[in-house]
Design a protein around this ligand. Sequence first.
Ligand SMILES: Nc1ncnc2c1ncn2[C@@H]1O[C@H](COP(=O)(O)OP(=O)(O)O)[C@@H](O)[C@H]1O
Ligand SMILES: [Mg+2]
Length: 255
Amino acid sequence: MLARADGYPGDGAPSDLLEVRAVSKHYGPIQALSDLSFTVRKGEILGVAGPNGAGKSTLLAVCTGHQKSDAGDVLVEGAVLSGRPPHRFCHAGVARMFQIPQVFSSLTVRQNVEVGATFGWRPGSGSRLSVEELMRVTGLDGLGDHSSADVDLITRKRIMLAAALATGPKVLFMDEPLAGLNEEEIETLAELIATLHRTLALSIVLVEHKVRALARLSDRIMILNFGRLVRLGPPAEILADPEIIDLYLGRSYVA
Ligand SMILES: Nc1ncnc2c1ncn2[C@@H]1O[C@H](COP(=O)(O)OP(=O)(O)O)[C@@H](O)[C@H]1O
Ligand SMILES: [Mg+2]
């Protein structure tokens, strides 16, 4: 097996949980993803950053079965899943938190989490906690019987997170989970993500514009632009590069 310069062990290594192999995706004339290849290692947090329109949400959609790629494959634990519907990805241990928090507002908080457990989990999925335990670890204690219709944004995010975790994921894709939160809530949710990652032995793919939080949480960061991989490496290396900061992340994060 060939070793690459960034220490990445190569195709099909046992440490790889999910592999994206030469994936391309276009919408009409827009090339959203272009010959993109990388892997998600077991147990890592892989941060993803890049300007608006870089293809981050499309990448998540392709990796979770919500969009079909035009070319290339997505493999989970060595099995090709691209072209399969979202529930097949889910049952293989792939979960997703959407950019816009979606909950069933006619259901209680507990029922929302139960939906994930009922429809998402299968014997081939990862390990799962009970619904009560999931609500406790995501900070929803005492809210089980509460209607989901009128909860605030961070609570909606907690519900989505608990519902996603109820499917027993091995890898969780999160699309800008910190968006729309104030500084204190960002701290709280970032801490929750770190704790869940530690205690549940999850791999996480974290798309995030809040670069400081991203750097703190991620084992590696991938920069995308125009659907292409610009750089992939440890946060210290990526964020030490003035060109990356200027072109892709913006100066504001340094402040
Ligand atoms: N459903 C869609 N139909 C047409 N164009 C889309 C669709 N989704 C995304 N795009 C376009 O694809 C490109 C990548 O979008 P997206 O994946 O949402 O990027 P990001 O999440 O990095 O902002 C953008 O140019 C966007 O306008
Ligand atoms: Mg997006």
